[in-house]
Ligand binder design. Structure first.
Ligand SMILES: C[S@@+](CC[C@H](N)C(=O)[O-])C[C@H]1O[C@@H](n2cnc3c(N)ncnc32)[C@H](O)[C@@H]1O
Ligand code: SF4
Length: 470
């Protein structure tokens, strides 16, 4: 008999309400995705190139994880806040590629390097495969001139499935393979055609499955992404989607809770949609139940959450880019509009504006226009928040970065989190328990400075887990 996953999610929903009562979760139940940067990206101030690089010391000369932002898509998905442009001509994309090459040359000259030694690569966007096959080839040819990929252990692309089918799709996959790409993160989002329509995706479920099988057949490591809590979804159709996802033989399944408030350089259509179609929004209760239900189904199929919200059957498939940046706190450089760089004690972001980007790089400058240089106290918080949220805090790494033992900071907060069975500790590491992992976004807010909290104090009940208790 099939399991009754809806009833099985009752306990989690009760527990969620208890933690609202203790002040951990805001009364409205919304969340803020934490754990890629601290302080949050929305609080960054304008910076000149000189200010951005004041007193900068590279951690390991010439070695970086590399991100490239390709800001083009076929159409705008309802939920998406990522900066992109839609239905651009090949000529416009060519202009962008020319500027991208110039930005890379400027960056290398500024850093006194001939080439970057890549530790991992992520091509994101937008949709890198929105480039035509010949543009993709042109881009990868100059990219490999400036980035040494010979020892790169993982080369990943974030892609929309509609770009990986048909003659052009297969040609793109061959080009990606020729340039040593080995991993594809495919935005499937749902396997329900009505939901995909509501999302304004450029594919249906059949196209998504065809793209997955094309990639598997060509030997790529395949990561498929889904969103829960999106208009059109129900508890039952979410169960059906996740059960089907487990049959697709993907190496990883990655789950995102729908975020309605923007958190970067662009506001997605979902924000306006939410104002006019309130009745279509999924309740917090159903969203939390969906999260619990997918955790249960994935566990029943042998998937473990090896990196936060990414479920794999084997640890070897995790994203090295995410692991290096968020768990090992290594330096990462981003190219393209809105791309960010995480460099030692600072976080820098490129201009989001095409014209501004073109002007800056044509004059020989970098594209950075905002950022934040962390104080030593913020550095301590950053080196707790990112690894705790995503993987685990390595005590030796913490000491290497901050020159103090983790035991000497925030002892009362760590004790409190232990008391509620949110974290466990050994002599080498501190990590979230399975219960803590469910509330990872909320738990790490306990380590945020008050001025950087994601929601105002009045959104929380007074309680011992209230993130404003400093
Ligand atoms: C850069 S985006 C998309 C990559 C690719 N262009 C695609 O369409 O598949 C990376 C992922 O973030 C997730 N995402 C985007 N906007 C979101 C939102 N508002 N809430 C939750 N997840 C979101 C989606 O699952 C998406 O696949
Ligand atoms: S989800 Fe992907 S395809 Fe859709 S708008 Fe965002 S970046 Fe573009």
């Amino acid at each position: 008999m099939a399991k009754d996953y809806i009833s099985l999610s009752d306990t989690r929903w009760k527990e969620f309400q208890e933690f609202q009562g203790l002040g951990l979760i805001p009364v409205h139940g919304d969340f803020s995705p934490a754990g890629v940067h601290y302080p949050p990206i929305t609080n960054y101030q304008p910076l000149t190139q000189e200010e951005a690089y004041k007193d900068y010391a590279e951690t390991v000369k010439g070695e970086f994880d590399v991100y490239v932002h390709i800001p083009f898509c076929h159409r705008r998905c309802l939920f998406c806040h990522y900066p992109s442009h839609y239905r651009c001509s090949d000529a416009e994309k060519d202009i962008y590629l020319t500027a991208l090459e110039k930005e890379m040359q400027n960056w290398l000259a500024f850093h006194g390097l001939n080439r970057i030694k890549s530790r991992s690569i992520l091509m994101g966007g937008g949709t890198p495969t929105d480039l035509s096959p010949s543009q993709l080839k042109r881009f990868l040819t100059f990219f490999c001139k400036y980035v040494d990929i010979s020892k790169c252990p993982q080369f990943n692309y974030d892609v929309d499935p509609s770009t990986l089918v048909g003659e052009d799709g297969l040609e793109r996959l061959r080009i990606i393979k020729d340039f040593k790409g080995d991993r594809l993160t495919i935005g499937v989002q749902s396997l329900n055609d009505d939901v995909l329509k509501k999302m304004n995706r450029s594919h249906n479920a059949a196209v998504a499955k065809e793209a997955i099988s094309n990639c598997l057949r060509m030997g790529f490591n395949v990561n498929i992404e889904f969103i829960y809590g999106h208009p059109g979804e129900t508890l039952q159709n979410w169960i059906d989607v996740i059960e089907e996802a487990c049959t697709l033989e993907a190496d990883e399944i990655q789950l995102y809770r729908l975020k309605i408030e923007p958190y970067g350089d662009q506001e997605g259509t979902i924000k306006k949609f939410s104002a006019y179609h309130n009745e279509e929004l999924i309740s917090v209760e159903d969203t939390i139940r969906m999260k619990e239900i997918s955790n249960l189904i994935l566990a029943d199929h042998g998937y473990t959450e090896n990196l936060r919200r990414v479920f794999t059957k084997s640890k070897k498939n995790i994203s090295i880019y995410a692991y290096n940046q968020c768990c090992r706190l290594r330096d990462e450089v981003g190219f393209g509009i809105s791309a960010f760089s995480s460099l030692n004690d600072r976080f820098l972001i490129n201009t989001p504006d095409f014209e501004d980007y073109y002007k800056r790089v044509a004059k020989g400058y970098l594209a950075v226009n905002r950022g934040l240089l962390r104080s030593s106290e913020q550095q301590i918080r950053w080196s707790i928040i990112l690894p705790l949220k995503n993987y685990f805090i390595d005590k030796a790494l913490f000491k290497k970065i901050n020159k103090v033992d983790i035991g000497s900071v925030f002892a009362d907060k760590f004790e409190l989190l232990k008391k509620y069975d949110f974290i466990s500790e050994t002599d080498k590491k501190i990590e979230l328990t399975p219960k803590g992992a469910f509330y990872s976004d909320e738990i790490v807010h306990v380590f945020y400075e008050n001025q950087h909290q994601s929601f105002p104090p009045e959104d929380f009940r007074t309680g011992c887990l209230n993130p404003y208790n400093q």
